[in-house]
Ligand binder design. Structure first.
Ligand SMILES: Cc1cc2nc3c(=O)[nH]c(=O)nc-3n(C[C@H](O)[C@H](O)[C@H](O)COP(=O)(O)OP(=O)(O)OC[C@H]3O[C@@H](n4cnc5c(N)ncnc54)[C@H](O)[C@@H]3O)c2cc1C
Length: 407
């Protein structure tokens, strides 16, 4: 028998390590386990939008990230072919995004959890969730060469990704599910300068994005409709370059650059899971997973860690019942995420933008305030519900008409 922890966190990346860190900072006894050993890469691109960067700043970790040489991204450009929308993604307090390599970001997060006093067990594979009388009470697993051990806690948090073992073990309810929509492949390029810009290109049934990251490299990700995945796989490089050629000026820049890594990528399922039950909670992809086209996952995992830890703190402090505090955690998550989920899953079809959207894109040209709004919406800084509100759309269209009359 092991020690009794207040919380065991299964998974030590964007959701798990911040949760471990925040709980340990509040004085709780925490164990964070992961089968990976850090630094460790994972199949994921890694743009962190400004509100995710704001979380790192709040936690005192932004300076550490900046010191790793990660370049700031101050402008996002959306190239629809005939029109380009460019603007600032952030807020006055948190104006830029960063695209930190996961080998660097995740290690930084694990170290921060350890610094805060969380016990970290890397290279530890959990093979079973311990459930007693319908309540999760711990985990059973083993380190690489060790024999199986059982650890117990008041609450086990599943930060174990979209195929969460904890979610499976408790049969967590799934809702608002959608099928896989996009098939992405990405790689890294040298000599492809971005000058602080994140560039996205939207073409018929195709899309791609380029973003600067560590080591003067640029990450370029291409997306196809999921229905074409099997065909794309037969010639990834050829198909990838064909999509880049749909934006000739960008393709020209790529001709002068050099690819320095193999291709990676995997399609994502889209769903929400009920994120709590007797003795357990879910954060990050384990609780809410979506297509990466809007790059929300890391920021969402940070927000979940904050909110879930605050809820558990209220429970442990006796201020609220577990069900009450955790239902509010779920309600706030869903309320904030749902409009972006709908926008993301619509975008990930890579279908032509609806007529109203095209009209709005045309009307935004030359209107910096409107373009900033569009960019902030894509970055998750403001909600799609706010940006696409009838009042905001009317204001943008009216400004364009006024401009046309004056011009
Ligand atoms: C192709 C692609 C591109 C993406 N691009 C972006 C992007 O640009 N920006 C963005 O914000 N998001 C992006 N995402 C999403 C992002 O990767 C996730 O949202 C994020 O990693 C979620 O973090 P997490 O901590 O919830 O889970 P994960 O990062 O999946 O971590 C889960 C951890 O749990 C551990 N684990 C699981 N089971 C066990 C077990 N049984 N025992 C021990 N350990 C276990 C795993 O080893 C892993 O380390 C992308 C995703 C994909 C697939």
């Amino acid at each position: 028998m092991g020690t009794m922890y207040d919380v065991i966190v299964l998974g030590a990346r964007c959701g798990g390590s911040p949760a471990g860190m925040l709980l340990a900072r509040k004085g709780y006894r925490v164990l964070v386990v992961d089968r990976a050993t850090f630094p460790s890469d994972t199949i994921s691109t890694h743009l962190i939008h400004p509100l995710g960067v704001a979380a790192l700043q709040r936690w005192g970790l932004l300076e550490r990230l900046v010191k790793t040489g990660c370049p700031p991204i101050h402008t996002y450009d959306f190239d629809f072919g005939p029109a380009v929308i460019s603007g600032s993604p952030g807020t006055e307090e948190s104006p830029v995004g960063y695209c930190a390599r996961r080998t660097i970001l995740d290690k930084l997060l694990v170290d921060a959890a350890a610094d805060a006093g969380a016990e970290i067990r890397e290279g530890f594979n959990v093979e079973e969730i311990v459930i007693e009388n319908g309540r999760v009470t711990g985990i059973k697993g083993h380190s690489k060469h060790g024999s199986p051990v059982i650890e117990h806690a008041n609450v086990v948090i599943g930060a174990d990704g979209r195929y969460s073992m904890l979610a499976e073990a408790v049969n967590a309810e799934r809702y608002s599910e959608k099928s896989r929509l996009m098939a992405p492949y990405y790689s890294y390029w040298s000599d492809l300068p971005m000058n602080g810009h994140f560039e996205t290109y939207i073409r018929p049934n195709r899309g791609f994005a380029a973003v600067p990251t560590h080591d003067d490299l640029t990450l370029v990700i291409v997306g196809w409709p999921f229905a074409e995945f099997e065909t794309i796989k037969t010639d990834i490089e050829g198909n990838y370059l064909k999509v880049l050629a749909m934006a000739p000026a960008f393709a020209e820049r790529v001709n002068r650059a050099k690819r320095v890594a193999p291709f990676a990528g995997t399609p994502s399922p889209n769903f929400f899971r009920k994120p709590y039950g007797p003795g357990w909670a879910l954060i990050g992809d384990a609780g809410y997973n979506k297509d990466p086209i809007t790059a929300q996952g890391i920021m969402d995992a940070f927000h979940d860690a904050d909110r879930c830890v605050n809820a558990l703190d209220q429970v442990f402090g006796g201020a609220r019942s577990f069900d009450d505090a955790m239902e509010e955690y779920r309600r706030v998550r869903d309320q904030q995420a749902m409009p972006m989920y709908e926008f993301t899953t619509q975008l990930a079809t890579l279908g032509p933008p609806p007529k109203e959207m095209l009209q709005l894109i045309g009307a935004m040209r030359g209107n910096q305030r409107a373009m900033d709004g569009f960019v902030k919406m894509n970055a998750g800084t403001i909600s799609p519900a706010e940006f696409f509100s009838p009042e905001n759309v009317r204001t943008i269209l009216a400004a364009a008409q006024m401009g046309m009359r004056q011009g």
